[in-house]
Design a protein around this ligand. Structure first.
Ligand SMILES: N[C@@H](CCC(=O)N[C@@H](CS)C(=O)NCC(=O)O)C(=O)O
Length: 212
């Protein structure tokens, strides 16, 4: 299978998929899409993903795959080990709930398209982003508490799941947008534990930052 990931180094949704590919050790090539020059809104990329967002995964001559969680579900179905899920149907619903807390509750609100529409004023954009990141990470921590996950290495256990694939890039963004992570100690601890693993570290933004 020839697999190509279209991504951007600092995109949180791209990092989810980069980490997923690393965890499952799937051979692939990567092609950078430069959001700073709006390459994601050019015809050539829109033909692959009409939403104009990264990431996008092309497998052989199949129609391109887009939406990071749909891509990760496709990887899971085709490369089941190691799994992004675990446990019974309730445990898997918890994993999906945590993933959606980030995927629907935080990330879309910090996206370039949304913040540019909100205002051209960088201060206003930053306040907006901080508001939604703080709210969302507060919800994430509350869910972990309610589910009794106070001591696990990753969100729900000692293995990374889909929840962590979404959380870690989001915590990176929280740092970038100067959210004080002392209010979210579980998320910060999971972030540090994840970055200490070779797979997550290999997928981190700095590994793909274009040279100045
Ligand atoms: N729900 C989508 C979100 C994708 C997304 O928002 N990508 C951002 C980067 S993280 C993007 O391409 N933004 C470019 C833009 O807003 O023009 C997914 O999970 O793949």
């Amino acid at each position: 299978m020839a697999i190509t990931l279209y991504h951007y180094w600092r995109s949180s949704a791209s990092w989810r998929v980069r980490w997923g590919l690393e965890l499952k050790k799937i051979p692939h090539q990567k092609i950078a899409v430069d959001l700073l020059t709006s390459a994601e809104k050019q015809k050539e990329y829109l033909e692959k993903n009409p939403s104009g967002y990264v990431p996008c995964l092309v497998v052989d001559a199949h129609p391109p795959l887009a939406e990071s969680l749909a891509i990760l579900e496709w990887l899971e179905e085709n490369y089941p080990e190691p799994s992004f899920f675990q446990g019974d149907s309730f445990e898997r619903a918890l994993i999906r709930r945590l993933a959606e807390t980030v995927n629907s509750g935080i990330q879309p609100l910090q996206n370039l398209d949304v913040t540019r529409k909100l205002s051209e004023d960088k201060t206003k954009q930053a306040e907006w982003i901080q508001h939604w990141v703080i709210r969302g990470l507060g919800v994430y921590e509350a869910i972990l508490r309610e589910a009794g996950r106070d001591r696990t290495k990753f969100s729900v256990s000692d293995q990374p799941t889909l929840a962590d694939l979404c959380l870690i890039p989001q915590v990176y963004s929280a740092h970038r947008f100067q959210v004080d992570m002392k209010y979210f100690p579980r998320c910060q601890a999971i972030y540090e534990a994840a970055l200490a693993t070779p797979e997550c570290a290999a997928a981190r933004p700095e590994a793909f930052q274009p040279k100045a």
